[in-house]
Design a protein around this ligand. Structure first.
Ligand code: GRF
Length: 196
């Protein structure tokens, strides 16, 4: 399968950057077709511009029928795999049905732990710190209409130490997210992971 990637991100887009850099350095055979963000201030849009990747800022303030527009743009750029990386909006069924088993998300914990509505960003790491868990990690999963419930494609564990703070844990998890997303895409390309 040729990987024609379309990214959706809301903030820093550090995961998007890692994947695009891996493509550029030929560590990953894929194409970054388009980057979409709902946030005009997001660093990911600046990055897209620097790299000359087509990009769009789309949100409910500047677009009616937001998800129809998103779908349109993904299709226009011939995207066959949608990569969510810190995209803070829920995708509608319209998009999910157009891309069955072809929308991936990264979650900064070992799902099914610390997933579901309201569990995002720093809140996930706060919950881990408040628990007795001795490990946490990141999960790449298929996206379904329910938050964080699709099939798990891969997970990467990291230790949680007694001296950890929310910040140190978030930093450790983000570092392995960067490794994990590219590896999962490579595994999809090499048919080690099948999207069915
Ligand atoms: C990551 O922690 C990811 O797991 C979560 O949002 C964060 C996005 O980080 N879904 P970045 O924008 O890729 O730097």
């Amino acid at each position: 399968m040729n990987l024609n990637l379309g990214f959706l991100a809301s903030h820093n887009g550090s995961n998007v950057k890692e994947i695009v850099n891996a493509i550029e350095s030929k560590d990953l055979e894929a194409y970054a077709r388009v980057i979409i963000s709902n946030n005009s201030d997001s660093l990911v849009l600046r990055f897209a511009e620097e790299k000359g990747i087509p990009s769009y800022c789309l949100n409910t303030k500047n677009t009616s029928s937001l998800d129809s527009k998103i779908l349109n743009i993904l299709q226009q750029h011939e995207v066959n795999l949608v990569i969510l990386a810190g995209y803070m909006k829920k995708l509608s069924n319209e998009v999910l049905q157009a891309y069955p088993n072809r929308v991936l998300n990264i979650h900064p914990a070992l799902l099914p732990k610390y997933g579901g509505k309201g569990m995002y960003g720093i809140k996930v790491h706060e919950a881990v710190i408040a628990s007795d868990d001795k490990e946490t990690g990141a999960t790449i999963h298929l996206v379904t209409p329910n938050y964080d419930e699709g099939r798990i494609l891969s997970q990467y564990k990291v230790p949680r130490y007694n001296r950890d703070t929310v910040g140190s844990l978030a930093e450790r998890v983000l570092k392995i997210e960067h490794v994990l997303y590219t590896q999962v895409l490579r595994d999809i390309k090499n048919e080690i992971i099948l999207l069915e």
